[in-house]
Design a protein around this ligand. Sequence first.
Ligand code: THU
Length: 160
Amino acid sequence: MKKIKIESFLEVYPSMDILPKTIFSLMEDACEARDSAYAPYSDFFVGAAILLNNGETITGSNQENASYPSGLCAERTAIYYAGAKFPQAQITAMAISAKAKDKPTTVPIPPCGACRQAIAEYEIKQKSPIPIYFMGEEGEVWKSESLENLLPLLFTSKYL
Ligand code: THU
């Protein structure tokens, strides 16, 4: 029996203020998008902003449902809209921010597993990595150069 080691590297920015200008502005859009979240069940408000190579920015927020699994995360709301509205565009970067009602989220909130799988599909579609920046309400921003760092052993169409 041999062992396989899987390693990922992320970049850590102490705060959003030192992000490159375009990404700072994208993160601002993600923070603003939190306000459109419909999250009466979790009181957890997530915003996502996607920058496209045609200059457009698409935002999304989590949309919940009384039938819980019918709700959708912010990241997928945004990326599916981007795919539907601009099917030929490439995603240049994605920013995510999350805020809870009763306690400040001071640690970066990463995208859930289902969102990672969805983002991965678009990396494969566009044949180039999607840098992902994520944070809480305040504090550090973590950057993953590609979705691959967040979801090793990805299931893709090559197995079908
Ligand atoms: N949520 C997101 O929008 N993105 C994630 O990656 C994690 C979770 C939402 C789903 C639900 O509305 C709330 O946060 C609590 O799980």
